[in-house]
Write a protein that binds this ligand. Structure first.
Ligand code: CA
Length: 228
């Protein structure tokens, strides 16, 4: 991926700043699409593939926060760098809470912007690659799971448990590790609830050629089913 071309969506309503940023990024070999308001950003992000978004917070129409919120609500893990007009801690905290990955305070140095974008794309990619075992395929970007090509209907929690298990395939994971990995900070889940999710997932992926083995008194291990 590092060798492929980075495609940037730049969302900035200040035309001088937008042109300046676009020139810098193009100078580093990136492809840059520009929009100058939140509605256009939302529309482009719903319909087109880009590698990363550079997003101003203060925009006409819907603001940058709302653009990120909608993007994450669609299940997208696309890396987002927020541009904030001032060094406002509230804005930064809110942006990161909503699901932005990083931020830069204007004015910023061009090399810093380029370095941050490259780091975001590098960091984002390993997690966005498809996860596969046997006939089971998980696409973390769309949060869609298929078994032998058929879409499987999973709840958000079931998806999170299954994603954790497949990322740790052929390793024993405890129920507590699953809870710690999938639960937002401050929420609680019982070990029994994990068992319920796992049994529902098992029923849904039965024909995938993978099994979630119970390690008695401890947890689970996702493994391919041996062909006999
Ligand atoms: Ca602005």
């Amino acid at each position: 991926m590092l060798d492929s071309i980075m495609h940037v969506l730049l969302v900035e309503d200040d035309p001088v700043l937008a042109d300046g940023i676009a020139r810098i990024l193009r100078g580093h070999g990136m492809v840059v699409d520009m929009v100058n308001n939140g509605h256009d950003a939302d529309r482009v992000l719903s319909s087109r593939e880009v590698s990363v978004v550079v997003l101003d917070i203060g925009l006409p129409g819907i603001d940058g926060f709302e653009v990120v919120r909608r993007l994450r609500a669609r299940g997208s893990a696309l890396p987002v760098l927020l541009l904030t007009a001032r060094d406002d801690i509230q804005d930064r905290v809110r942006g990161l809470e909503i699901g932005a990955d990083d931020y830069l305070v204007k004015p910023f140095a061009a090399p810093e912007l380029v370095a941050r974008l490259k780091a975001l794309v590098r960091r984002g990619n390993p997690r966005s690659a498809d996860l596969q075992m046997g006939g089971l395929l998980l696409d973390p970007l769309s949060r869609r799971a298929t078994v032998n090509g058929q879409v499987v209907d999973l709840s958000a929690r079931e998806w999170a448990v299954l994603e954790y298990l497949i990322r740790n395939a052929s390793r024993v994971v405890s129920k507590q590790q699953i809870i710690d990995a999938i639960l937002p900070w401050g929420e609680e889940m019982t070990l029994n609830a994990v068992e319920v999710y796992v049994s529902r997932i098992r029923a849904k992926i039965m024909s995938a050629g993978v099994s979630i083995n119970t390690i008695r008194g401890f947890g689970y291990m996702l493994e391919p089913v041996a062909i006999t």
